[in-house]
Design a protein. Structure first.
Lengths: 283, 352
């Protein structure tokens, strides 16, 4: 593989990496994260608005984390506190962010298609590096820290966690908000690498990241490997464009692989035990 | 109907809609416009005219199909996030049949194409049903994956195999006239150029059929039993696997009818990726309608009215038309929150 292709693959993988790491955090704590798509999109929008307004991409990146965390906060409120159906809440948030970003774009810039462009000053490259660093960081966070172990246990057996004096609801809440912030950074990459925000610019990458979480068996390193693989596949597809290979066939690879992985043909992909089950407390 | 079940069936959804409209009004206030002016514009343009009514009916037709699809699966305890893909596959198969039989008379071709749309959707819906029944894989992820697969697959076929010659837009050639579903304007006072078409009657018939299946047939009984609890259904000796596949196939078939609405009733051809989120909005319609066919019909009309209102808002006010979409998403979120409040009230009622 030549260097150009490798760089292109890394850039395509970067937003997936952030979103998938967010997905691992949230799903490992027991909360299904269909809302990754909305978190990416909110992060991208916040990055664009802040960078455009201040001219400072660093503030834009912080804004993206805040934007993602805000969606995470809504997600946690409805899923963890209100014990809402997690899949429905995720879908609702994705729709809400899609609508609100277009609404806000029209109010702020007079167009619902895209924002004005802004200088990126190379910070998109910094975000690619940050995505690669985030993988071992989240891995260690889950495997080695007290918060990570509690989070992990909450996703498997919240009752047991509570009997040990740890609040599963608080743990999940924190995990989902943190997941939003991390996924938001993926959105920052999307906006900075395009030097603007474009309507629905996440374009299904949140769902692709969710597929990577499952394909990577809910582990940060596994999910990261899946993201890199998806990135390489897309880079190869872009390279092959105009050479007679229909792009749609390469696009299908991640979706088919994920279904195959879930069906158990490449080693069973087992979700956390309490995934999707709202915690109602010891009764 | 007891007071409490009336609350669950009518008051909670109505409160969710009211809260979402209030949220929309606050957004309009926040950007310095008047919600009252917007409401007046919508009331005049949407409910006051035949054009407005026709827009509601056309918009509601597709949402009714996807809403019924999600609702039926939901009654079996299954989440059909895949209506989007089922619509695409249904629309594509209907287009194929119409293009393959250019000489067939309308009396044969129209029903054949409608059935083809249903079969295409049913096939696409049965896949995650089968994977769930045979291998125990949760249907949510598979339905999402199948949405993207449907989009890529139909995209490939439209761009590379069936593209209209000399056309830049990725779309198939037009289907024969004999495959067109008649526009409602042809035999009602609705405007003749309005896209509202006979697919609305198909959707309403589907709602009646699903209500009948659920209430009166052994299959419907098994679907409801499964929805109340898979383990209990299994213990009672019900064929759980077959019911799952069947419920997902029926859900897919109804979603496929939304494809018939687009292809046979409106565009008269398959346009690459035309769905525009109709499958996801169907989730909102299904839950707002409490997963009951009658409720779904009402919810779809309401969402259709919001879509029609968006057009009026775009034309006659300075408020972005996306406000309608935002309110629809907010409705879904508030339905979830409303369930929480209802559960707490019920729990408090039991204790007190």
């Amino acid at each position: 593989m030549d260097l150009d292709l490798f760089v292109s693959a890394l850039r395509l993988a970067a937003p997936l990496l952030f979103a998938a790491l967010g997905g691992v955090l949230s799903e490992r704590s027991g909360v299904v994260n269909i809302a990754l798509e909305g978190k990416l999109l909110a992060g991208a929008f916040a990055a664009a608005v802040v960078t455009h307004a201040t001219g400072n991409p660093i503030l834009g990146i912080l804004g993206a984390a805040a934007g993602g965390a805000l969606v995470g906060l809504l997600h946690a409120t409805f899923c963890v506190l209100f014990r809402g159906e997690q899949i429905v809440v995720g879908v609702a948030l994705n729709l809400l962010v899609l609508g609100v970003t277009q609404f806000a774009m029209r109010v702020l810039y007079g167009s619902s298609a895209n924002t004005p462009t802004f200088p990126t000053r190379g910070f998109d490259v910094a975000l690619v590096a940050a995505a690669l660093v985030a993988v071992p960081v989240i891995h260690l966070l889950l495997a080695r820290t007290r918060f990570g172990l509690r989070l992990h246990a909450t996703g498997e057996h919240p009752e047991a966690v509570e009997s040990l004096g740890v609040d599963p609801i608080r743990t999940r809440f924190a995990a989902v908000v943190l997941a939003g912030a991390v996924a938001g950074l993926g959105g920052a990459f999307l906006a900075l690498s395009a030097s603007q925000f474009v309507k629905n610019m996440s374009a299904g990458r949140g769902y692709l990241a969710l597929a990577a979480v499952i394909f990577g068996k809910w582990r940060p390193l596994g999910a990261a490997a899946a993201c890199l693989f998806f990135g390489i596949a897309e880079a190869v597809q872009i390279r092959l464009q105009g050479q007679g290979v229909p792009t749609q066939f390469v696009q299908m690879i991640p979706w088919i692989l994920t279904m195959v992985a879930l069906a158990g043909f490449v080693g069973r992909s087992r979700p956390p035990k309490a995934l999707g089950v709202p915690y109602t407390g010891e009764k | 109907m007891t007071l409490r079940s009336l609350g669950a069936a009518v008051l909670a959804p109505a409160a969710s809609v009211a809260a979402a409209l209030l949220f929309g009004a606050l957004l309009i206030l926040a950007i310095g416009e008047s919600p009252l002016v917007v409401a007046e514009v919508c009331a005049k343009g949407v409910f006051g005219t035949a054009e407005g009514l026709a827009t509601i009916l056309f918009s509601a037709t597709g949402l009714m199909c996807t809403g019924l699809s999600v609702a039926f699966a939901y009654r079996a305890g299954l989440f059909n996030i895949g209506a989007e893909g089922q619509v695409l596959v249904g629309a594509f198969v209907a287009t194929l049949v119409a293009l393959a039989l250019p000489a067939a008379p309308a009396l044969v071709l129209v029903p054949l194409c409608v059935v083809a749309a249903a079969i295409g959707g049913a096939f696409w819906g049965a896949i995650p049903g089968f994977l769930r029944a045979r291998l125990g894989v949760h249907e949510v992820i598979n339905t999402i994956m199948l949405n993207f697969l449907a989009s890529a697959l139909t995209g490939y076929l439209v761009v590379h195999v069936l593209r209209e010659p000399g056309e830049m837009i990725p779309q198939t050639p037009a289907i024969p006239l004999a495959a067109h579903l008649p526009r409602l304007g042809e035999w009602t006072p609705l405007p003749a150029q309005s896209p509202a078409n006979a697919a609305l009657l198909v959707a309403l018939a589907a709602a009646l059929a699903l209500a009948w299946i659920l209430a009166r047939t052994p299959f419907g009984f098994r679907v409801r039993a499964l929805g109340l609890g898979e383990r209990a259904a299994r213990t009672a000796g019900l064929p759980v696997g077959a019911t799952i596949v069947g419920a997902m196939a029926v859900a897919g078939a109804v979603a496929g009818l939304a494809g018939a609405n687009e292809v046979l009733g409106f565009r008269y051809r398959f346009l690459d990726n035309f769905t525009g989120g109709i499958g996801f909005l169907g989730i909102a319609v299904a839950l707002l309608g409490r997963a009951r066919p009658g409720g779904v019909v009402i919810a779809a009309l309401l969402f259709g009215a919001l879509n029609a209102a968006s057009l009026e808002i775009d034309l006659f006010t300075d408020v972005p038309r996306e406000i309608g979409f935002v309110v629809q998403a907010a409705i879904l979120l508030f339905v979830v929150a409303g369930d929480h409040v209802l559960r707490r009230r019920l729990a408090a009622g039991r204790e007190g």
